[in-house]
Design a protein around this ligand. Structure first.
Ligand SMILES: CC(C)(COP(=O)(O)OP(=O)(O)OC[C@H]1O[C@@H](n2cnc3c(N)ncnc32)[C@H](O)[C@@H]1OP(=O)(O)O)[C@@H](O)C(=O)NCCC(=O)NCCS
Length: 173
């Protein structure tokens, strides 16, 4: 089995769209990826390819501070998708780890994710609320999580964050 993880290429875009739609069982997250890309706000978009087939995708986009306490670079990991028939075979973990590494290399100091703590905890994500970080005007409890990619950044960060405006339309689709 030939497994490759790499940055998305133009040739992957329609496969990514199909894969994200299939993973979530709806169009919203696939449209989100397209909107982020169109807005130039998809600095990291990784694919995992097995024997030529795009099996998993994960991307990250810049967040902004609602109330800023420090100049800290924060990106959001979203969405993460694995083809339904390929789930629970380790591909999700592999692409999440590759995306975290890519974000770290890009100089990201804190990466956030909204998801299941049982899943994302294994990568080192912890609830953002433990670090006085939250989303502007929302409370996602322990599902909004963060991981520190640059030592000391979490101890300096405090306040509220916004996803890129492409996320605003998520509920309107
Ligand atoms: C969530 C998802 C990315 C995980 O990918 P995957 O390749 O199936 O996961 P892995 O094989 O790497 O890991 C499997 C482990 O994750 C757990 N897991 C899988 N999906 C999970 C979920 N939604 N919530 C909690 N745990 C989950 C499994 O129970 C398994 O645990 P174990 O290792 O203790 O047995 C994938 O299931 C998916 O695309 N789901 C639909 C889209 C989605 O919900 N994305 C995440 C939100 S952005």
């Amino acid at each position: 089995m030939g497994v490759m993880v790499c940055e998305e290429q133009r040739v992957h875009i329609s496969d990514i769209r199909d894969l994200v739609r299939a993973a979530f069982g709806q169009n919203d997250e696939a449209r989100l990826v397209d909107r982020l890309r169109d807005a130039g706000a998809l600095p990291v978009s990784m694919v995992l390819v097995v024997d030529g087939e795009v099996v998993a995708h994960a991307s990250a986009s810049p967040m902004s501070w609602g109330s800023r306490t420090a100049e800290i670079l924060v990106w959001a990991l979203a969405p993460v998708s694995v083809k339904p028939e390929r789930q629970r075979q380790g591909f999700g973990s592999r692409i999440v780890r590759a995306t975290i590494d890519r974000c770290r290399s890009a100089g990201v100091e804190i990466l956030t994710v909204l998801g299941n703590p049982n899943y994302y905890g294994r990568f080192g994500f912890t609830p953002a609320s433990q670090h006085s970080l939250r989303i502007v005007d929302a409370n996602f409890g322990d599902e909004f999580m963060v991981i520190e990619l640059s030592e000391g950044s979490l101890s300096k960060a405090c306040g509220s964050l916004r996803w890129h405006s492409a996320f605003d339309q998520l509920e309107e689709d």
